[in-house]
Design a protein around this ligand. Structure first.
Ligand code: ATP
Ligand code: MG
Length: 271
């Protein structure tokens, strides 16, 4: 089964081409790390798959159909996450609000939806968070709750935009392991956008690197090398492996690291 198929897809925002005639074929049971510098088009690609951004030309299919908004086969964790002023809100309320399709109401839910919420919380090991106020949760706990939210309705495809943001290395590792476990157990496809390659090494099936309007999809060895990345960046890139970690360098500067926290706060909000 093919989850996402792009043929010569061009996406432009505000008249500027972000992705130029890209070809992709992503299977039904893959964890794909989506990497690339700021502004490369990672978020735009996810929003296009969600039907929120129209393509300019080419053919894009999601499970064999053109993208459409409100696709129940897709769970989405957006990059700019507006957490409510959550003094009173408990973990369960936050998830329930999504299930009802409302933002922060306190909805009445039918039994099937309540079961779905319990299942999603259980799957991410967040049952104990259901009754806790959001305000009292750590970044990692909130992130797990948001992951539970994406599982509602049992989607076949998860689009996760920077799920490691604001997490320290230990919590990054736990989040990656949890997402990998979910992807395998549920037999689904995950597109996992991140700025950092190393936390995903060993956990992803393939990497999709975006840069300069182009896309490269393949194994880490096929994509994270000097030839491919120099083409995407349009500059000389060196790839250094050291003690199981990979460093992508332009001159003396390491490229796949940046201050996520500051960046995420200042990023334009997705619709
Ligand atoms: N709503 C918008 N209005 C105008 N330009 C936009 C909008 N959304 C995205 N862009 C532009 O499209 C390009 C791709 O942005 P996108 O957010 O997809 O990049 P990204 O790879 O997700 O970057 P980041 O790593 O910073 O999250 C950028 O040049 C961005 O400024
Ligand atoms: Mg982004």
């Amino acid at each position: 089964m093919t989850a996402i198929s792009c043929q010569k897809v061009t996406i432009a925002i505000a008249g500027r081409v972000v992705l130029n005639a890209i070809d992709l074929e992503i299977g039904g049971h893959e964890l794909i790390g989506v990497l690339g510098p700021n502004g490369a088009g990672k978020t735009t690609l996810l929003r296009t798959i969600l039907g929120l951004v129209a393509i300019r030309s080419g053919t894009l299919q999601v499970f064999g159909k053109p993208p459409s908004t409100g696709n129940p086969a897709i769970g989405y964790m957006p990059q700019s996450r507006v957490t409510p002023d959550g003094g009173r809100l408990r973990g369960r309320d936050v998830i329930a609000a999504t299930a009802r399709g409302e933002r922060w109401g306190l909805p009445w839910l039918d039994a099937a939806t309540r079961r779905d919420i319990d299942w999603a919380l259980e799957r991410v090991g967040a049952r104990d968070l259901a009754r806790r106020p959001l305000a009292a949760m750590s970044g990692g706990e909130r992130q797990r709750l948001l992951l539970a939210q994406t599982l509602l309705g049992r989607p076949k495809l998860l689009l996760l935009d920077e799920p490691l943001v604001n997490l320290d290395p230990r919590h990054q590792g736990e989040m990656v392991a949890l997402i990998r476990e979910l992807q395998r157990d549920l037999g689904i496809t995950v597109l996992f956008c991140t700025h950092e390659l190393n936390p995903l090494l060993g956990a992803m099936d393939r990497v999709l690197y975006l840069g300069g309007g182009q896309a490269a999809l393949g194994t880490v060895e096929e994509v994270i090398n000097s030839a491919v990345l120099s083409r995407l960046y349009g500059a000389a890139i060196e790839v250094i492996s050291h003690r199981g970690r990979i460093f992508v360098m332009s001159g003396n500067q390491e490229l796949d690291r940046c201050n996520h926290g500051d960046h995420a706060e200042s990023h334009h909000a997705p619709v």
